[in-house]
Design a protein. Structure first.
Length: 147
């Protein structure tokens, strides 16, 4: 398996990473994804893609380095998804290891993420990967995207 960090404008973002990302974020269109990455890149958003030996993209991670008062410096994972047909094959583990290397190399104190309460399979995976549940995440919806 090979993991590559993809920069804005890389054609693999839409052609290869986006179809995998859409398994987690089905609302994304190519246009919306371009807009999000263009604006998010300025805020530190990056994407990493995991490729199988046959060259197919089997995993995607969206992440950023965040500085705040609670963690000081952390690598926050916005998105972590393995293609459904490639699950339980080590893709998620490899992506987390890749992100942990980035976090350590940049002096982060934490690697963290949020996961929807309905994603119990993902929660089992994160616990196996030695993540701890340390907080509740609260949201107040203000308006729906596109309204």
């Amino acid at each position: 398996m090979k993991i590559i960090d993809l920069e804005p404008g890389d054609p693999r973002l839409e052609a290869e990473l986006l179809p995998v990302l859409c398994e987690l974020r089905p609302h994304l269109t190519p246009e919306l994804f371009r807009d999000v990455y263009e604006q998010g890149h300025a805020q530190g958003l990056r994407f990493s893609a995991a490729y199988a030996d046959d060259g197919s993209c089997v995993g995607a991670a969206g992440w950023r380095i965040v500085i705040n008062t609670s963690s000081l410096k952390k690598l926050y994972v916005d998105d972590l998804v393995t293609r459904a047909t490639a699950r339980s094959g080590g893709v998620g583990h490899a992506l987390i290891a890749h992100l942990e290397r980035h976090a350590r190399e940049t002096g982060c104190h934490e690697l963290n993420l949020d996961s929807g309460t309905h994603r119990t399979g993902a929660h089992r995976f994160y616990l196996r990967e030695r993540f701890d549940i340390i907080a509740f995440h609260f949201t107040r919806e203000l308006n729906r995207p596109g309204e």
